[in-house]
Design a protein around this ligand. Structure first.
Ligand code: SF4
Length: 750
């Protein structure tokens, strides 16, 4: 009988943190004979208290999806063959090592997709894989998403991972730009039940203001919504800064003495009055003055921005200005403002001064683009594949990625992938990208992995720790993702395809322990390496690493220093998680800038303002522009293979304002041809008064009509891929983030 099993029904309950989005909701599963018979939100989860969205409710369908690959596959020509794991790793070794020997390590590129951020495996072992691969050609979905935020935070706070989070449960004034948490469930802000938290804000008399080119679901519940022309958020934000200085509303509060560069920011904002930007943004000057004054007057206020402000030409400037406003109004590191979480697995190392953040330590081969956080822009991946010469990419390894759908000018990238000598995909779907692979290594289903959100507890609106063991054991044919990553790392590091994964796993944990022992800042109660290894959880892989990190973390037991402190055992005894409390002020301890202060005016960012100035010198743009949109039942480019999540009316439509539709002679439901500088597609029209005039939108993540895939449901409702229209040559200068919003388009009736 399984532990906790009801002897009468044979059922038992398991709890698991949902790994599908950043909200980290607790799920409750009722199981019988290792099959899930019921799923609901875990009412006792300390963070989500029972909240569940349609995706979370469908995780069992994902587990049971007949198209989900359970065994490795090798392709010869157009034929896929199921093989054993040993055969698959041998094929990887045979396909990649001779190529590396001949053309060098840079000939093999690595592309990491968004779902990695949700797995313990990737959190613990991707670095090991990258290190063993020794290639400069590292790419990820970060540069079609949030990398501008990393860049701005890196320069301001000294680390790209030091990201302030809106304290939404205590704020009284919440200004949101380009984010729709009612569809996304929140991003760079881990907050289960975002809708409920926004309702609470309004109930306590707080004000929600949304700036977005679309009257999204989030905008509809706001006290105020203002349309903004896509790509002009930086102008709007800089004009708010302008008003704060002009009207003497700057007040740093407790940050006084911890900030450099205020005068530089003041000077930089002088040219951006509300009067000078209103024509470009589409928000009138009276509104801009009003918002700036309200922001300054609110006792607890916060500015928060996401995707819509990030995937644009001025992405880094926009993300920087969000935090400039939080600083200038005294709301950074303050209750109800933008605060820094203290995750249970991240050691607190009091920093007086740090080395600061750098970009461009090396450059991409073809376009000379700077690396950011060790990566090149995803938008230049095709250039590196198709341009001959020394260092050309000849092979690609993807991990949970679908760049053919998520990257700009995806038609070009798709063609480029077909020219590769060899490709390996770590993924459990044969999707638009993986159809080019020669070997697919499918990790087990999310329900067969342990879960602890290494990334998202560092971006959370409360300090939370929650660990979940697998709900359903890994089938004997399947492999946990961490084992796949470690076996790949063994191949690249020369240990071979047949190396015992335990050897590398042991090396990793021993390295971590030795590093901690060598650091004067980590307290380990005078333990030796052997003592610590003996005291750690007896599992291998990420679970043992988690135990080590929890125990050396800010709430940890320090291997005997603090008997009430956290360890993996503590989390196992609390299946609904542990609430470690609301966020607390962390400045200056968290700053790693060379000055030891918040560097409000980093040189590289301030010099980029010139581009903004050039932009407002030109007459305001009037051409139709395209933005993308999200839906609660989608998750980037996947989840379209689950019938429950795609049923109902077609969601892949072109939304257009009634006036624009009438001018162009477009009718509801009729097809329209949309073309840009790099592509064209045909899509049904959906006329919507929720769209700003001059702006149209297509949902992100569709276009499942490629041959050679194995996504039967998605292929029956393919939709179109909006990124066919995005020009890969357009990027945010500093971060290299692709421009996926604000794409000039023409629309005609076919
Ligand atoms: S909101 Fe996110 S974490 Fe919560 S159930 Fe839905 S997909 Fe899972």
């Amino acid at each position: 009988m399984t532990q906790g099993q009801d002897p009468k029904t044979g059922e038992h309950i398991a709890y698991h943190t949902c790994p599908l989005c950043e909200a980290t909701c607790g799920l409750e599963f009722t199981l019988k004979d290792n099959r899930v018979i019921r799923i609901r939100g875990d009412k006792e989860d300390v963070f989500s208290t029972g909240y569940l969205c349609p995706k979370g409710a469908s995780i069992v369908d994902l587990h049971n999806d007949p198209d989900r690959l359970r065994t490795p596959m090798v392709r010869t020509g157009d034929t896929w063959k199921k093989v054993s794991w040993d055969e698959a790793f041998a094929a990887v070794e045979k396909g990649l090592l001779p190529l590396i020997k001949k053309d060098g390590n840079d000939a093999v590129a690595l592309y990491l997709g968004n779902p990695n951020a949700h797995t313990m495996a990737a959190s613990c072992f991707l670095k090991v894989l990258i290190k063993s691969l020794k290639s400069k050609n590292i790419y990820s979905s970060s540069s079609v998403d949030q990398i501008p935020k990393h860049v701005s935070c890196g320069f301001m706070f000294g680390s790209p991972l030091t990201i302030p989070i809106p304290d939404i449960d205590r704020t009284n004034y919440f200004l949101i730009l380009g984010a729709n948490p009612l569809a996304s469930n929140g991003s760079l802000c881990t907050a289960p039940d975002f809708p409920g938290r926004l309702r609470s804000l309004k109930k306590r008399g707080g004000k929600l203001v949304v700036i977005d080119p679309c009257r999204t679901k989030t905008a509809q519940m706001a006290n105020e919504h203002h349309f903004i022309r896509p790509g002009t958020d930086a102008l709007f934000l800089l004009s708010l800064v302008h008003v704060l200085f002009k009207e003497n509303l700057v007040s740093l509060g407790k940050l006084d003495g911890h900030v450099t560069g205020i005068e530089v920011v003041k000077k930089a904002s002088e040219l951006f009055s509300p009067e000078s930007v209103e024509g470009h943004c589409g928000i009138n000057k009276t509104t801009i003055f009003k918002i700036a004054r309200e922001l300054a007057a609110a006792d607890k206020a916060v500015v928060y921005a996401r995707m819509g402000t990030s995937v644009v030409e001025f992405g880094t400037l926009s993300n920087w200005l969000v935090d400039v406003l939080n600083v200038l109004t005294g709301n950074l590191d303050k209750e109800g403002g933008a605060m820094f979480p203290m995750a249970a697995h991240v050691p607190v190392i009091p920093a007086v001064k740090g080395k600061g953040f750098k970009i461009g330590r090396w450059k991409s081969r073809v376009k000379g683009l700077p690396e950011v956080m060790g990566e090149f822009p995803a938008a230049t991946l095709a250039d590196e594949i198709v341009t001959p010469g020394s260092g050309q990419i000849k092979a690609l390894l993807t991990v949970a990625a679908n760049p053919v759908i998520s990257n700009p000018n995806s038609t070009r990238l798709d063609k480029a992938l077909s020219t590769l000598d060899f490709m390996v995909a770590v993924d459990f779907y044969l999707n638009e990208t993986n159809r080019h692979a020669h070997v697919i290594l499918p990790p087990a289903s999310p329900l067969s992995h342990s879960q602890y959100d290494f990334f998202f507890y560092g971006l959370s609106v409360r300090n939370i720790a929650n660990f979940s063991p697998p709900v359903i054991p890994c089938h004997e044919q399947e492999m946990d993702k961490w084992m796949i990553l470690i076996r790949l790392a063994s191949i690249f590091s020369g240990m071979g395809a047949t190396a015992d994964p335990k050897a590398m796993d042991d090396m990793v944990i021993q390295f971590m322990i030795n590093q901690a022992l060598a650091s004067s800042k980590t307290q380990l109660a005078d333990r030796s390496l052997d003592d610590i290894l003996a005291m750690l959880d007896k599992n291998d892989g990420p679970v043992r690493i988690l135990d080590f990190l929890l125990r050396t973390g800010p709430y940890g037991d320090g291997f005997g220093l603090n008997s009430k402190g956290l360890s993996l055992d503590t989390l196992l005894a609390h299946p609904h998680g542990i609430d470690l409390g609301p966020l607390k002020p962390r400045i200056p301890e968290i700053l790693l800038t060379p000055s030891g202060k918040i560097e409000l005016a980093p040189d590289l960012i301030v010099s980029d303002i010139k581009r903004l100035h050039t932009f407002i010198q030109k007459p305001p743009e009037r051409q139709l522009v395209l933005i993308s949109r999200r839906h609660l039942r989608s998750n980037n480019s996947w989840f379209h293979n689950l019938p429950k999540l795609v049923k109902g009316k077609n969601r892949c439509t072109l939304q257009i304002n009634p006036e624009d539709a009438s001018l162009l002679g477009l009718e509801e439901g009729c097809p329209a041809c949309v073309s840009s500088a790099v592509g064209a597609l045909t899509i049904p029209i959906e006329i919507s008064g929720d769209m700003m005039k001059g702006v149209v939108s297509i949902p992100h993540g569709w276009g499942h009509d490629f041959p050679g895939m194995s996504l039967s449901v998605a292929a029956s409702v393919p939709g179109v891929n909006s990124n066919i229209l995005a020009d890969e040559k357009l990027m945010d200068t500093l971060s290299g983030n692709a421009v996926l919003n604000g794409i000039p388009v023409s629309i005609s009736v076919p």
